[in-house]
Design a protein around this ligand. Structure first.
Ligand SMILES: N[C@@H](CCC(=O)N[C@@H](CS)C(=O)NCC(=O)O)C(=O)O
Length: 231
């Protein structure tokens, strides 16, 4: 019984969509874990001790204390690792598994990077470059429409609720931050709502717990990202 075990996963995370993927997965899979909040604005993700865990110097990352202190970085790889460890949220039948991995890669190579760039140019860049803003917002909308068409005939991205949904929901649910729209995409809106109501998603999306720095204004947050991350 995984739920009865003492914490086995150390999760290094911050309150971002990529971080929330992993805390949501851990909640869904009922794997006991300890949260280590990484301050991105203080650059903790680039400190030598953290680079030993993730050479790319980004969150999220995990260390599996129940498997020889095994470190895993890249959120997609972490989700696959945890799914295989728990036997949950990833089908074992080859075609069903492939379908889930296809949508996971669609998130990792499409939704995440494109929404990330839309955030940068729409929200954070000190100089507003219409070409860049429109390019990334248009691509995000195109990807949303791909999802909407698929979700018209599928309840979830793969055959069943899977790590593909867990990876994609924390990004798509922040569509307003990148100035993107889900207007008219009724199937995507239904999927957003259904997943957002899952108790494990609500719990996982609240990790790491809010602290005093989360109370800063929207303008202060934008300045902090500009000053510390976009250098
Ligand atoms: N492809 C990576 C992306 C990770 C990533 O971009 N993390 C961001 C937060 S969402 C980060 O750590 N940024 C801080 C930095 O780049 O120094 C993954 O999916 O794990």
């Amino acid at each position: 019984m995984i739920g009865a075990l003492p914490p086995m996963i150390d999760l290094y995370t911050a309150a971002t969509p990529n971080g929330k993927k992993v805390s949501i997965a851990l909640e869904e899979m009922e794997i006991p874990y300890t949260v280590h909040r990484i301050s991105l604005s203080k650059g903790q993700q680039k400190e030598p001790w953290f680079l030993e865990i993730n050479p790319n110097g980004r969150i999220p990352a995990i260390v599996d204390r129940a498997n020889g202190d095994f470190p895993v970085f890249e959120s997609g790889a972490i989700l696959i690792y945890l799914a295989e460890k728990s036997g949950r949220l990833l089908a074992s039948e080859p075609k069903a598994r492939s379908r889930a991995l296809q949508w996971l890669m669609f998130q990792m190579g499409g939704i995440g990077p494109m929404m990330g760039q839309a955030n940068v140019f729409y929200r954070y860049a000190p100089e507003k470059i219409p070409y860049a803003i429109e390019r990334y917002q248009r691509e995000v909308r195109r990807l949303f429409e791909v999802m909407d068409r698929h979700l018209a005939s599928h309840e979830f991205l793969a055959d069943e609720y899977s790590i593909a949904d867990v990876a994609t929901w924390p990004w798509v649910s922040t569509y307003e931050w990148s100035g993107s729209s889900v207007d008219g995409l009724e199937h995507l809106q239904r999927w957003l709502r259904v997943i957002g109501e899952r108790p494990a998603v609500i719990r996982g999306a609240a990790v790491p717990a809010r602290d005093a720095s989360d109370a800063r204004s929207k303008d202060a947050l934008i300045k902090e990202v500009r000053d510390n991350l976009l250098v």
